[in-house]
Design a protein around this ligand. Sequence first.
Ligand code: ADP
Length: 677
Amino acid sequence: MNHTPAKNRAKISLRVKIFIALLIVGVPPLTIALFVAYRSGTDIRKYYIGSRFQDLSQWVAQEINSNLSSEISEGEAVALTPTVVDAVTKANKAYSGKSADAVMNEILAVDEEWKAAQMINETIRPYLSNQISQYLKSILDLRSDKYTEIFVTDDQGALVGATGKTTDFYQGDEDWWKRAFNRGNGRNIVQGLEYDESSQVKSVVIAVPVREPISKTVIGVLKMVLKADYLFHSINTLRIEETGYAGLMTKDGELLATSALVRAPRVPANFWRKIVSKGGGWTSALDEKAEENVLGFSEVDMSALNGEAFLTGGKWYVFFYQNTSDAYGRISATASKVFSLGLGLVLILSILGFYATNRIVMPIRLLREEAQYIARGDLGRRVEVHTNDELELLAEEINIMSEKLKETHSTLEQKIEERTIEISDANKKLEAQREVLLKVNKQLMKASTLKSQFLAEICDGLNNPVLNIIRLAEVVSQEAANMSEPQKTYVDDILSNAKHLHQLINEVFTLARATSGKIELNLTDVAVEAMLREVHETVRALASEKNIKFEFQIEPNVDTIVADSNLFKHIIFNLYTNAIKYNRINGKVLVAAAREDNTVEISVTDTGIGIRPEDQERIFHEFERVEEGREPYYEGAGMGLALAQRFVEMHGGRIWVESQYGKGSSFIFRLPVTQDK
Ligand code: ADP
């Protein structure tokens, strides 16, 4: 039995496939989810931190604003106290009745003395020890953390009371004074920052007009000098996670306050540009070290102030910033944790997937093993699969199949054994018959050879007497002049019959020799066309007796063949003479030759009497002729075609006839171009 052997190994194991399927189903969504979470996490953290910094800035800016407002309110409250109002009113009254120039001269005179004095002297002391000064000092003592100096002037700008020896006595030419007095209209102002070289303290000036309580007429100005450090306390101290800092800057980028450890005079150019261009918001910006920072900022809005602000640089901005990596550090750490957790999950999923795959594939492996046993013919085994699913059903089916196969197999084997015995019996009988046939065949062969040898010997024996008769008859016929007509006819008959007999003997002799293998082929190169024409010459006389024309159609590719030239000539001669003999008067003979592969096909076609289909095979047998009812009678012994066939076959060729009864015949033979020597 022939069967294709099963493949031993799967190209891709099922386990790998299922595992890959599980990975495809599980891992990409998880990875995408992780990625999306990570991306949106990044966005969220940016937004979260950025806007948190912005909120902080806003909140601190508002705090500065409300601090200033409350300081103004404080100033207003102090300016309303009777001590202040009375002292200022009194100072102003002292000028009544004097000309403006006189008043100014008086003030400037004191101012000069004031400036010249190294310490508090007689001129200065009254101004600093009066009731209002005492009052102002008490306020300063109470809040020395806030104020460096508080003083009050009259409506000319001259000091009425102060907490200490301030630089000038006359303040009327100072910006803050002019702004707060506002040509008698009065206005709360904030002005800053001022920088005191000697104390190296930055401060903000709060100036409020002192008004007559009932008429609200502006009678003087109260100035409070507020420590910038107090005002910007939040900015100086607020830190975000150690590395995030606050700052306050002017519109020009001057750094007014910061919680950063190093206080640069200016904020980084990138920060400044972004802050000023947007006013409020958050962004990321490179610092002077070209490191990225998260930057939140807000303008200090002075529009809600109960007064007017004259700020250095025009506008102030609060900002918070932190190096991005620090800012995102904690969130990044969390994100990384989530990410690694996700990866861990993927890993666990993979392991579980692998385990599950194994569980699924194991029974299939068992089934495969079982199938291999069955294929090997090891039948009737049982595979144990208990998975409570289709695989278990399949295993059961396989078990049943194996059992049935076992049964079928044993009955088959029995039948085969029976048949084998029968066949071997029949074989023995055939063998015996063959032996018999072989014996018969041998005997037949022997008989045939004997017959041929016998014929050859007879012919050999007959040949000489017949030749003698011919010679004698010829001698006699030379005496024809002395013979009567009937005598002449007898001699002619004897001569012609003897010649015919001689030809017949020759033919039988040749055939007998050929059949008993006594003729050997004498192979040479034979030029086919030349041979066909040469033989025609020998029958030309015979043909002209019946006025029969020969025609030749030799294809140019017919050249020479390797053959026995005599036998070849004999074949053609026989076909030509038949074509003439069995032709009609004025008939035609067409001789054609063509090469086909390694053979040459030659045909001789006549326009004669033709041969009935039932006779077409037997005419090739020796002594077979078609004679019944033939008119006229054709001479012949029925040996020609038998010989021709024998000679063709000796060359390994074939001869046959195609004929239409009453119209003509074609004798065709085909010879190989070369012969195996
Ligand atoms: P024969 O000596 O009788 O011609 P052949 O063996 O040559 O012997 O031919 C056998 C017989 O085949 C002939 O007797 C004749 O009846 C028939 N035969 C042979 N050639 C032709 C042919 N060209 N046309 C018709 N019949 C033919």
